[in-house]
Design a protein around this ligand. Structure first.
Ligand code: SF4
Length: 63
């Protein structure tokens, strides 16, 4: 499972990082940067929470 970020949609709200700090870093302006595109075992729930938290639909999970 991969967590993909569409950087063109990211508006820097930073809401995605709280539920998935091990998967997402924020840059100094609050824009998301995926730390690991490949979701590690056990990280699926956090990844899904990050996707749900983004108000701009900038994140998605793909198999
Ligand atoms: S919640 Fe969405 S818009 Fe905000 S930083 Fe994360 S990916 Fe970007």
């Amino acid at each position: 499972m991969k967590l993909l970020l569409d950087a063109t949609r990211c508006q820097g709200y930073g809401l995605c990082q709280e539920p998935a700090p091990e998967l997402i870093d924020l840059d100094e302006w609050g824009y998301a940067q995926t730390r690991a595109t490949e979701v590690p075992p056990g990280g699926e729930e956090a990844a899904a929470a990050a996707v749900s938290a983004c108000p701009n639909s900038a994140l998605r999970l793909v198999k």
